[in-house]
Design a protein around this ligand. Structure first.
Ligand code: IMP
Ligand code: MG
Length: 337
């Protein structure tokens, strides 16, 4: 059997810059499948610096030859999808699994309490999944999109692609610490966030996997509000002082200020144990080494930054292959080449 699948996942609490990593790798894939839901946002910049905040469409879309799929395990907010399609213009090469679920207004309405109790993004994802499990009054993509969008079994398309040797990206969402099973319950999302689960939601065998890329950040974040424990939490002011300039991050989906913490190796170790990544993509190196901001080659990094990465690599026992040094797409060091 061909092993042509790469899975990209988050190793902390989301917002690890998976969008940037996926769009950096986009040209390497013939097909991509996203299974997440609109509580997760992936930010992509095109060549002209235009920003795309994607909650439904795979972040490989800038590769015009990449077939884009939304898997059966995904949930779709029809309005969000429509807006993204208007902006990205990929309707012809987007295929939605007939059994992807639909989020309705009632699901959004039901989550206002969750926003207050666990800092939910309030996008209706948990409520919709609960209805899916009840197996009543729950709509699927085939019920609402027939004739409007391409409806096709994503797993079938992708598995045929795998048989033909096509390279496939499974775009994971959120982060390890948000898993409903392995995260810090109840401060978790409504699904598991391991590589195995994203494969299950897309309908792909683990045996088809070639690479698992765990994306982590030097300073992990959680979304604003009562979103649960964050080890070694600091303020953006503290971080700004270290970096030597003002830094602050706003969440892609909710538009609120994120919470930030010092690097916590324990959660990353757990993410590695359960996912067995073949590579790590370390992002936001510029927060630790501001002088190395926007560097794009290993040889150009300061000795301190090189030592930091090599030391972390030794501790984690996984190669750190993709290093993000800034916001721009070019601000990436690729040690695979
Ligand atoms: P929900 O999945 O929107 O109900 O949110 C449940 C918990 O997971 C909250 O603490 C959210 O802040 C967090 N969460 C859900 N999705 C994401 C994400 O994509 N990035 C970061 N945090 C998320
Ligand atoms: Mg995000």
């Amino acid at each position: 059997m061909n092993k042509t699948v790469t899975v990209v996942i988050g190793g902390q609490f989301g917002s690890e810059a998976k969008g940037k990593v996926v769009s950096y790798l986009a040209h390497e894939f013939d097909m991509a499948v996203r299974t997440g839901s609109p509580n997760a946002g992936h930010t992509v910049f095109d060549e002209d610096g235009e920003i795309y905040k994607l909650q439904q469409i795979p972040a490989t879309f800038l590769n015009k030859y990449c077939i884009l799929c939304i898997g059966a395990g995904a949930l779709i907010n029809t309005e969000v999808l429509q807006k993204e399609l208007e902006k990205t213009n990929v309707k012809d090469r987007l295929f939605i699994d007939p059994q992807a679920g639909i989020i309705e207004q009632k699901h959004l309405d039901q989550e206002s309490d969750l926003v207050k109790s666990i800092g939910s993004t309030g996008k209706g994802c948990g409520s919709a999944l609960a209805d899916r499990i009840w197996r009543k009054d729950f709509k699927l993509a085939k019920d609402v999109f027939a004739g409007e969008y391409n409806i096709a079994e994503a797993s079938e398309m992708i598995n045929k692609g795998i048989d033909e040797g096509k390279s496939v990206l499974v775009e994971g969402t959120q982060g390890f610490g948000l898993s409903i099973y392995h995260g810090i319950y109840p401060y978790v999302t409504s699904r598991d966030t391991t590589a195995a689960n994203f494969l299950a939601e897309a309908g792909i065998s683990p045996l088809a996997v070639k690479e698992i890329i765990l994306v982590i950040r030097t300073y992990p974040i959680r979304v604003a509000g009562p979103s649960g424990p964050l080890a070694y939490e600091i303020s953006w002011d503290d971080l700004s002082k270290k970096v030597g300039k003002d830094v602050i991050e706003i969440t892609t989906v909710t538009g609120k200020t994120r919470r930030v913490g010092e690097f916590d190796i324990e959660i990353v170790r757990k993410a590695i144990q359960m996912n067995r990544p073949t590579q790590i993509a370390l992002q936001f190196l510029n927060y630790v080494f501001p002088g190395d901001e926007n560097k794009a080659a290993w040889a150009d990094l300061s000795k301190e930054a090189q030592d930091y990465i090599q030391d972390l690599e030794k501790q984690l026992e996984v190669p750190i292959t993709l290093i993000g040094t800034g916001q721009a797409n070019e601000a990436m060091i690729d040690r695979r080449i």
